[in-house]
Design a protein around this ligand. Structure first.
Ligand SMILES: [Zn+2]
Length: 369
């Protein structure tokens, strides 16, 4: 009697009951000294001598775990992993996973194992950060918070954006005492919390209203109470476009999120590195969207953009670069042009069309001064 290729199981049922992390531990080589959400494995592809441990895991939009090798074009789900490492064909691999998951033909399928949160915060700040953010949110609503409310309004942030992203007012250390390690509070500042993709507070920045008086633009917590997350993800309103917009700094990212774009803010002056690129590529992959880098109109911005574009390219994502018109940053563009988001959508859509040889060339040409 001929063997049926995919006899008994829905692949989704099998994947829901498979633990990809445990399978990778068993069938691929785990990287030394890496555990928890950021763990990595050496690539399971037999023809890839992956001494750097390039494989990470994520969940796709159907909730299924997937693995991806960032230094070769290797990726897949648990079934692909079993096929690749054991030489089974697809039907056999599904059968093998089903029996491992305790699935028996003609019996009810066993319950799905409890799912671990896919975006467990990688960095957990001290409770002092939460207290500081909460206090500053409260102060924003008082008369003391008036100058910060005006500053936020002048940036174009509406009340929903302010509330959802927990923006606040730091009146300065003469008015509000604070624990060592929190932003110093030389003078009044707008408080811009950094959230991870799941909306957990990971960090906070104080943006001085008057950098001349404060002697600097931003003040950050010390590393001992909040490790620098490098990236922040403002809560997005609705769903606009098919792109993750990478912006320089929280004000640009907040204004883009308010317009409905999924965004990532690059925090700090440090040039993006491999780890930042991998996190961005992973996030875009998980949401099945592309990446557009919004470039600041200065030499530092152009440098950061080209470095990040190269890193993303190596991670298997070809990003689009958007340069706002007239030497403006994104926040300024949004303030001067009521149709900025429509313009941007237009550029993002036309540039996703796969036209040879340089589909993105006219985007840059079209919007650059
Ligand atoms: Zn590989």
């Amino acid at each position: 009697m001929p063997r049926e290729p995919h006899p008994r199981w829905h692949i989704a049922d099998v994947l829901d009951r498979s633990d990809l992390g445990a399978l990778l531990d068993e069938l691929a080589q785990p990287a030394a000294f890496r555990a928890g959400p950021g763990r990595r494995w050496h690539c399971p592809a037999p023809d890839h001598d992956d001494h750097r441990a390039s494989v990470t895991m994520h969940r796709d939009r159907h909730g299924h775990e997937r693995w991806r090798c960032w230094s070769g074009d290797h990726r897949g789900d648990a079934v692909d992993l079993v096929m690749l490492t054991t030489g089974r064909d697809r039907g056999e691999a599904v059968d093998w996973l089903a029996s491992r998951a305790g699935m028996i033909p003609d019996r009810p399928v066993p319950p799905i194992r409890p799912r671990q949160p896919s975006h467990a915060p990688a960095v957990v700040p001290s409770p002092l950060v939460e207290q500081y953010v909460t206090a500053c949110q409260r102060i924003l609503q008082t008369s003391t918070g008036q100058p910060v409310r005006e500053w936020l309004a002048a940036r174009g942030f509406d009340s929903d954006t302010i509330r959802e992203n927990r923006l606040g007012a730091d009146p300065g250390r003469t008015v509000m005492r604070r624990a060592r390690g929190l932003p110093y509070g030389t003078s009044p500042a707008a408080v811009l919390p950094a959230l991870d993709p799941a909306g957990h507070l990971t960090y906070v920045q104080a943006r001085y209203l008057n950098p001349d008086i404060a002697g600097r633009k931003y003040d950050n917590p010390s590393a001992s109470i909040a490790p620098h997350p490098r990236l922040a993800h403002p809560l997005v309103r609705g769903e606009r476009g098919e792109m993750l917009l990478v912006c320089e700094g929280l004000p640009d990212a907040l204004i883009a999120a308010q317009a409905g774009y999924r965004t990532a803010a690059l925090l700090g002056a440090q040039t993006p590195d491999d780890a930042v690129a991998a996190r961005l590529a992973n996030l875009a992959d998980a949401h099945q969207i592309g990446i557009a880098i919004v470039c600041d109109p200065d030499p530092a911005g152009r440098h950061a953009t080209s470095v990040l574009a190269d890193l993303l390219d190596r991670a298997g994502v070809e990003p689009i670069t958007v340069t706002p018109p007239d030497g403006l940053d994104l926040n300024a563009w949004a303030l001067t042009d009521p149709n900025w988001a429509l313009d941007l959508d237009c550029h993002l859509t036309t540039s996703t069309v796969d036209v040879a040889p340089h589909p993105y060339a006219d985007v840059a040409a079209g919007v650059e001064p």
